[in-house]
Design a protein around this ligand. Sequence first.
Ligand code: PSV
Ligand code: MN
Length: 388
Amino acid sequence: MPTLHDITPVLDRLAIEVPSWAYGNSGTRFKVFATPGTPRTPQEKIADAAQVHRLTGLAPTVALHIPWDKVDDYAALGRFAQDQGVTLGTINSNTFQDDAYKFGSLTHNDPAVRRQAIDHHLECVDIMDATGSRDLKIWLADGTNYPGQGDIRTRQDHLHESLTEIYARLSDDQRMVLEYKFFEPAFYHTDVPDWGTSYAQVAALGDRALVCLDTGHHAPGTNIEFIVAQLLRLGRLGSFDFNSRFYADDDLIVGAADPFQLFRIMVEVVRGGGLDEGSDVALMLDQCHNIEDKVPGQIRSVLNVQEMTARALLLDRDALTKAQESGDVLGANAIFMDAFYTDVRPMLAEYRAARGLSADPMTAYAESGYQHKIATERVGGRQAGWGA
Ligand code: PSV
Ligand code: MN
């Protein structure tokens, strides 16, 4: 089995992008609970994200969602982030909260609505130019609720045309990632429901159009690591949105519902070169903290990814290949499970301490006084929330 020393270079490269919206209030259609200290501005969200990075060394970039994080001067916001010790990352578009999009956005049958949705994405690329962001992430709520409601094939053609115009606006160092989700808010059909559709759409655009895999966007029982392996094999895995699901798109803390699944995914990421030097697979969180404090929720999340990555890196590949090639079913499985069952927490504590970080970032946060400080300082104003 590899040692901590062997896996250190890869651990050093591990970077997990955090979403600005994770720091705002969120909930369900039943209730959104407010939390003292919740950011009121994009700057306060970035300050919280920087605190996560300061304590873990794992989260150097913050993703923005437009228009939720709209500001007058994005270059200044980028400088603000840098002063805090982080940089601005992926720009997420939003075509799901305007009345115009009731029947779709980039797939809508009305050219005027498609125009509005395309223009929103072009504005997002302008923002990327100002922030220096590499990736434009597109997730569409487009779909229909009733059979016969829309022409599902024409909508694919509209999607292709819309994406073509957006893709053409990107510069050579920018990418588009197209996220899929099998249902919700549309219940009968969704225009980008699965990795195959996302792959077909991005493959028709060019090399800098890739698939975004949100771990919560699959039917129960889906073998997500197989999709990871396939997309890496095809060179089209652009990014992950990590989170946990028990039932649907729960957006819970990654690794909370099924740590073994996260391990299996990370095994395929490692196997497919996703953590190799120079890899451009982006690891991001897409989570909401409905009842727990948000900053420690994010700290827990990036630590979970780090822990499962370390376990995946400890997998004895040579022994596994030998067992696989000799048809040793139980032997191969035992090697795989040995890596999963390895408690890497003491090893990672040592790793962090050697880098001047706290060995235990969760305790360090609890003792830092940061939660009390933001709860005391952030009084008045309007707390940020998912969808506002
Ligand atoms: C949709 O459920 C999604 O996963 C997309 O990534 C959005 O950008 C994100 O949630 C926040 O709305
Ligand atoms: Mn997502």
